[in-house]
Design a protein around this ligand. Structure first.
Ligand SMILES: [Zn+2]
Length: 460
């Protein structure tokens, strides 16, 4: 955390330094379009090149095929940084070496943090080893243990008339059980709706004794659950997790065979004291892999555009037009991915990867990240025997069809999981580097298309 803050401070200074010299430079001196732009990662260089167009050549600091998590700049790399006018980083803590490298390079340059302004998935959300279906089931059942229904509430037949279960001013921080009285449906089952207020927890788990639940916005738009919980903490046998922005929601239960059901709603991660769950406190890093969600890359493009304009004001029009054209391509890519993902049955939209890389992608396109061989947002860690055993159990019980391994990672551990579970290992996902021009993923957009095609082929 400290590193991130320090780095951020450094960025501000760098930007300020440039802003202070810009008026002097604008009058003459620097040749038009002669800024030297360096992007740290290969995919970032491609994205930035699309914005820079013919006006500036963007070079990548990292060579093709290198794992950025394991990168360590050489003195020659530092020299290249020293010679640059603009350095583009992914940010979000991805380049732990950046602060020292910039210090060693000295001088003044504009540093663009491409992911600035995006909301990071917390370590909690990224750490799927601790947030497997099994561990969520365990947490929710622990929250329910020993609790009795706090009265009976009649659920509304019409969602618009759904009653709120909490009195005004009360907070939804703790799990409570109520008995819901439902309405008989023409097919002989029971259904009903209640209101729920979200206060921005990491995720909410809803439970009942059978049936099924859907959560919609107050305006009626249905939402996609994050995880289904196969509960067996009597009498609760059905559970589902949703991530809900603050606001009011309608929870609709249906398909129950009894007129009443116990129902509970509450944050899936109870407010435990620090240290209560030691396993959760291994890593505090957030998830930097924003670029695997094309709609987040739009923010990258805007940040890069604004940075290039700050460094080279005369190029404003070129950068603005190029950025708009590339954003249109990103929107097309997003629409294309949606049509591709639609070919995968929802229950097979399950991802197992080598490290936690696809969280933002999964959030965007309705996948569940079941787990990772290396349960960490960096590729530098290694799994414990217990973590491997847990992953094998999860892959077995979920029937996840495939394990996706980054092209630059070793498939050895994935092969071990595959041998025990029958899942197949797919080894050519390109997530951290583009390929050479003749390869399968020479640009960011080609890389995403290749990955999605690979996923669809393995999962559909
Ligand atoms: Zn990574």
């Amino acid at each position: 955390m400290k590193t991130v803050r320090l780095l951020f401070g450094l960025l501000l200074i760098a930007v300020w330094g440039l802003a202070a010299c810009a008026p002097a430079g604008a009058g003459g001196g620097q040749a038009q379009g002669a800024i030297r732009v360096l992007a740290v990662e290969t995919f970032l260089a491609d994205i930035a090149q699309n914005v820079a167009g013919d006006r500036a050549k963007v070079e990548s600091l990292m060579p093709i095929g290198v794992d950025p998590h394991a990168f360590n700049p050489t003195p020659q790399d530092v020299r290249r940084v020293a010679e640059s006018d603009v350095l583009i980083l992914n940010g979000a803590g991805f380049e732990e070496f950046a602060e020292k490298m910039l210090e060693n390079a000295g001088g003044e340059r504009l540093v663009i943090e491409a992911s600035a302004g995006l909301t990071m998935r917390t370590a909690d959300e990224a750490m799927h080893d601790d947030h497997s279906i099994e561990s969520h089931v365990h947490m929710v059942c622990a929250q329910l243990e020993g609790k009795q229904p706090q009265g009976e509430v009649t659920a509304a037949a019409n969602p618009e008339a759904a009653p709120a279960l909490h009195a005004e001013g009360e907070h939804a921080h703790e799990r409570e059980i109520v008995t819901l009285k439902l309405n008989l449906q023409p097919d002989g089952t029971y259904a009903g709706s209640v209101r729920f207020t979200s206060e921005n927890e990491a995720g909410y788990a809803f439970t009942s004794a059978g049936g099924q639940m859907t959560v919609a916005t107050a305006a009626g738009a249905a939402l996609t659950p994050v995880q289904a919980l196969p509960l067996d903490c009597s009498p609760m046998t059905y559970g589902v997790i949703y991530k809900l922005a603050p606001g009011e929601y309608i929870v609709t239960l249906s398909g129950l065979t009894t007129e009443t059901t116990p129902y509970s709603a509450g944050p899936v991660h109870a407010h435990t004291e620090a240290g209560a769950d030691e396993h959760d406190h291994h890593h505090h890093a957030g998830d930097p892999h924003f670029w695997l969600d094309p709609l987040s890359v739009i923010k990258y493009v805007e940040n890069i555009r604004d940075g290039l304009i700050a460094a080279d004001p005369a190029g404003r029009e070129v950068y603005t037009q190029n950025a708009a054209a590339y954003i249109a391509q990103l929107n097309d890519l997003h629409a294309w991915i949606e049509t591709q993902v639609a070919q995968i049955p929802p229950e097979r939209r399950v991802l197992v990867t080598d490290h936690d890389t696809l969280g933002y992608f999964a959030d965007r396109y309705g996948f569940t990240v079941l787990g990772a061989i290396i349960p960490n947002v960096s590729s530098g860690a290694s799994p414990t025997a217990q973590e491997m055993a847990q992953l094998i159990d999860q892959v077995k019980s979920s029937g996840a069809p495939a394990i996706f391994v980054e092209s630059i990672a070793s498939p050895q551990l994935a092969n071990q999981v595959a041998a025990e579970t029958g899942a197949k290992v797919v080894t050519d996902l390109y997530t951290h580097s583009v390929t050479a021009p003749e390869g399968k993923a020479p640009t960011y957009i080609a890389m995403m298309r290749h990955n999605v095609e690979t996923m669809v082929a393995a999962l559909k």
